[in-house]
Design a protein around this ligand. Structure first.
Ligand code: HAM
Length: 433
């Protein structure tokens, strides 16, 4: 960074994670991991392969690809390096994946390319429920074909990942047509809004000049009233665009993916053409306003907008993992790794402590995870730790057991104890509930 200045932050401020970010720990750490495991598994079964792009990209990649008025661009964290480059923390994953496709010549491989990715993304938004400055996404992109069947496979794959949450998932769907359709439509829309400018909310009056399409998904109650009578894009679609959208709907029907058409859905990012969609869940009472759990669409013009010499047709989505985990049923995305070991390992005496390393390794080889407090000596202190952690069994390893190559298994609830040869431990453990 060119110059790093000290600010006058208090120690209290410095010792807190930056606003809108949080530590990933405890249950959330494992839920996040479990979600990524499940989502990857579904993606792999549907034919996708993994990719991971850098956290930073050239700022211009997003400026060119996403349009200056896009939310993601306005909220970008950008910095100037010592060498004078402008880099940005990635606000989203589609432009970076398309950059990688172009840079690595993936266009010369059999098309299309199916890719999935996941990780942190950064947007300088006002933090609130379900809105973070460091957010987590799981994304899917199919690059290199304009076919409608791929729009449907993307929607279907995302739907199946979200269904694993145990909640009812709905898909909202719309088409933005091709750029020609859109241009004609935007002209008509502008005319309509100009007639009603006094009735629009303040922010939407400004949007009339910068991005009139976004007025359609305004949350302002005044604007919502005006939108009831606004012209719809569906009525401006040309024959090709209509055919494309009709096919997407037919494939979704065949896959039994439930969807609702929503002509006000335009999405925040400017690169979309044809199909756009968002996922939500049917909310239980008291859960507040529905937030989009994810969304995406077709973006045939992005590659050229980013400076490539030709169009590359593509379609994709990103799921908002933070939000999905907030609505998921308990245990829905459990990771494969055991989060709460069933055993607490207690060692007593010098000989036992010295052999403990070997025992822990033997247990690991037999896939028996444990918690322990090797730094402690007394039985009472170690038992108290096991109790605090609510671990159902302890493995007690004292001088005698060290000589006999055995271990005492103690049920913490019933206090029943068995002495078991270490080599029989795995079979014994299998029989415990
Ligand atoms: P997006 O709609 O900007 O699309 O983000 C996708 C999802 O990320 C949202 O539906 C939401 O669940 C989640 N999300 C966005 N911002 C936040 C935030 N501040 N805090 C928590 N969650 C958030 C994209 O990013 C496109 N790249 C999707 C795409 C892929 N289109 C084509 N391919």
């Amino acid at each position: 960074m060119s110059s790093i200045k000290k600010t006058k932050k208090s120690n209290k401020d410095i010792l807190q994670a930056p606003k809108g970010t949080r530590d990933i720990r405890d249950d959330f750490f494992y839920q996040l991991q479990g979600f990524y495991e499940k989502a990857q598994e579904v993606a792999v079964y549907y034919g996708f392969s993994g990719i991971s792009t850098p956290i930073m990209e050239h700022t211009e990649l997003f400026l060119k690809g996403l349009d200056a008025d896009d939310d993601a661009v306005k909220e970008m964290y950008s910095l100037t390096t010592k060498g004078g480059d402008n880099l940005a923390l990635r606000p989203e994953g589609t432009a970076p994946v398309m950059r990688s496709y172009i840079e690595n010549g993936m266009g010369s491989l059999p098309q299309p390319i199916f890719l999935y990715y996941h990780g942190p993304y950064f947007r300088h938004e006002k933090p609130q429920k379900g809105r973070y400055r460091q957010l987590h996404q799981f994304g899917l992109e199919v690059i290199g074909s304009p076919k409608a069947v791929l729009d449907a496979i993307i929607i279907q794959t995302g739907y199946q990942i979200l269904k694993e949450s145990g909640r009812e998932i709905t898909v909202k769907l719309n088409t933005l047509g091709d750029p020609e359709n859109r241009k004609e439509y935007v002209t008509e829309l502008k005319k309509y809004y100009k007639k009603h400018i006094q009735e629009l909310g303040a922010q939407d009056q400004k949007r009339l000049e910068t991005n009139p399409l976004r007025i359609l998904d305004s949350k302002d109650p005044q604007t919502i009233k005006v939108n009831h009578e606004a012209p719809t894009l569906i009525s401006h679609l040309n024959a090709e665009s209509k055919k494309h959208f009709k096919k997407v709907l037919e494939y979704l029907d065949a896959g039994e993916v439930p969807y609702e058409l929503d002509h006000t859905l335009v999405r925040g990012l400017d690169y979309y053409t044809h199909t756009v969609f968002e996922y939500a869940t049917v909310l239980d009472k008291g859960e507040g306003k529905p937030l989009a759990l994810g969304g995406g669409g077709r973006y045939d013009g992005l590659a050229k907008a980013m400076g490539h010499n030709k169009d590359v047709p593509a379609v994709g989505l990103a799921l908002g993992v933070d939000r999905v985990l907030e609505i998921a049923k308990k245990g829905a995305y459990s990771p494969k790794i055991q989060r709460k070991p069933k055993f607490y390992f207690i060692q007593l005496g010098f000989e036992a402590k010295a052999q403990a390393f070997g025992i822990i390794e033997t247990l690991r080889e037999r896939k028996i995870p444990i918690k322990h407090s090797l730094s402690k000596d007394g039985l009472a202190a170690q038992l108290a730790n096991a109790e605090k952690l609510n671990i159902p069994y302890t493995l007690i390893f004292g001088q005698k057991e060290a000589i006999d190559k055995t271990v005492i298994v103690r049920n913490m609830e019933t206090r029943k104890q068995d002495t078991i040869a270490i080599e029989d431990l795995r079979d014994y453990i299998k029989k415990l509930k």
